[in-house]
Ligand binder design. Structure first.
Ligand code: NAG
Ligand code: NAG
Ligand code: NAG
Ligand code: NAG
Ligand code: NAG
Length: 397
């Protein structure tokens, strides 16, 4: 979905200094009706459903539309002032639009967001099922530095905290939406977003908005397909309002990935795309390989040594203005396949398959895009080929 702001954005970007970054609002839907502040959670009984009762899995006041009880200009005063959240450090309550000092904040969902200053944090306790896998979805954008990080930690859980590099590379004209997975290890999970960085200006730091949680089932291989979650249909919450997809940051293991079964490798994110806003070859979801060889997706399957298998998959384009000669590389055992796809940015896909012989009891299958692509509309937003319908079956002897 292209925005009428593109030209203005570029103008703003070209004059932005390191301390004033221009991003633009996408949709600024009317403010949500005020909700009664929800009480802070008491530990829930085991096996309680996730406590997010809000639409689309939002945490309590997950889009920050319920105002803090006390602010000094934009600074939130008091650790428990913001309904649903516990705050530490310099946290600002930000409204969409132009800011003092010439900045412009994109607030992706509703009109308010939180800005986490140096070492500041916001946390909420959520009821979860021990042992279950969850994906947190959240919108984030930078406000000052070229690279700001947002740290996500869930305590207790079996996942180490992760830092998401909040850049504006993935979608230049709006805040990005991200998802991160964790496996719960007790009935209450303390979800904390923090700014691990220190800027000259203590107020500087990432903006967060629209925090949601979704419990994910564990996928299994079937007798027709050794690949788990083969069509990427199991994945994080995708907001109906959001047309930018969900970025899945790198270094996520298959057991805690927001895309269950899949490992997100390398240095940069892959984008999870939905059929409502992108061209998806099959089902409701697929994956867009947005960062060339720096964003790979992999899965490890069980195999019988010396047995031959047929790996098949489809590649295409997301109908998001991503033009050019695309090339997807697939790796399985000692075999590599390069599949070209000519994208005119209008959607479409083709099937490919390759035969490999397993060397051991486990075989890793990996996909990445050989080339880097950016959208023709702005020349900076990363995009790339789409991958879907991955299938592996043993070949007849
Ligand atoms: C608001 O913040 C400013 C600057 O930090 C401080 O000087 C002032 O005393 C604060 N006002 C109140 C009412 O707390
Ligand atoms: C989506 O938009 C509607 C209306 O514009 C709004 O009420 C709702 O809160 C939005 N949802 C999210 C998750 O931001
Ligand atoms: C959230 O959970 C943590 C650890 O379980 C606890 O220390 C903290 O007091 C809880 N916070 C709230 C606001 O209930
Ligand atoms: C591999 O699977 C694909 C998709 O099912 C099929 O089109 C292709 O013919 C198969 N290749 C072989 C060698 O069986
Ligand atoms: C790949 O491995 C198979 C069996 O393990 C072997 O027969 C084949 O020659 C190897 N191919 C290459 C290109 O190394």
């Amino acid at each position: 979905m292209e925005l009428p702001w593109g030209a203005l954005l570029l103008a703003l970007l070209s004059v932005s200094s390191s301390s004033a970054v221009a991003t633009l609002a996408v949709t600024a839907p009317p403010p949500a009706p005020a909700r009664a502040p929800a009480p802070v959670t008491a530990p829930a009984p085991a096996h309680a459903p996730p406590q997010a009762q809000e639409a689309e899995g939002l945490l309590i006041n997950g889009n920050f539309e319920t105002a803090p009880r006390k602010v000094n200009k934009t600074l939130i005063v008091g650790r428990h002032s913001l309904p649903g959240w516990t705050l530490r450090g310099h946290v600002e309550y930000v409204s969409a639009g132009p800011q003092p000092g010439g900045m412009f904040f994109a607030v992706p969902h509703g009109v308010h967001a939180l800005r986490l200053g140096s070492h500041a944090s916001a946390s909420q306790n959520v009821s979860v099922r021990p042992g279950s896998l969850y994906a947190l979805t959240f919108a984030a954008t930078r406000t000052c530095a070229q690279d700001e990080a947002l740290r996500i930690a869930v305590s207790p859980s079996l996942s180490a905290p992760a830092d998401v590099a909040v850049r504006t590379l993935y979608s230049a004209d709006t805040a990005d939406t991200w998802a991160w997975g964790f496996r719960a290890s007790s009935p209450v999970a303390q979800v904390t977003f923090s700014n691990p960085g220190v800027q000259e200006d203590a107020a500087c730091g990432p903006l967060i908005d629209a925090v949601a949680i979704k419990e994910l089932p564990t996928p299994y291989p079937t007798k027709d397909n050794l690949i788990k979650n083969d069509g990427f249909e199991i994945g994080p919450q995708v907001f109906k309002n959001s047309s930018v997809g969900v970025l899945l940051p790198p270094k996520q293991k298959d057991v805690t990935s927001p895309l269950p079964g899949w490992i997100i490798e390398s240095l940069k994110a892959v984008r999870y795309i939905d059929a409502a806003h992108f061209s998806v070859p099959a089902g409701q979801y697929a994956v867009e390989l947005v960062a060339g060889r720096e964003s790979a997706i992999a899965q490890v399957i069980r195999t019988v040594p010396n047995r031959a298998y047929n790996l098949s998959y489809v590649v295409g384009d997301a109908k998001n203005g991503c033009h050019g000669s695309m090339l997807v590389e697939a790796f399985a055992a000692n075999v590599t396949q390069k599949v070209p796809f000519e994208s005119t940015g209008k959607g479409g896909f083709k099937a490919a398959s390759l035969r490999f012989v397993a060397a051991g009891v486990r075989t890793r299958v990996t996909f990445y895009s050989s080339y880097y692509h950016t959208k023709v509309t702005d020349g900076v937003s990363l995009c790339g080929p789409v991958l879907d319908q991955v299938k592996i079956v043993p070949m007849k002897l």
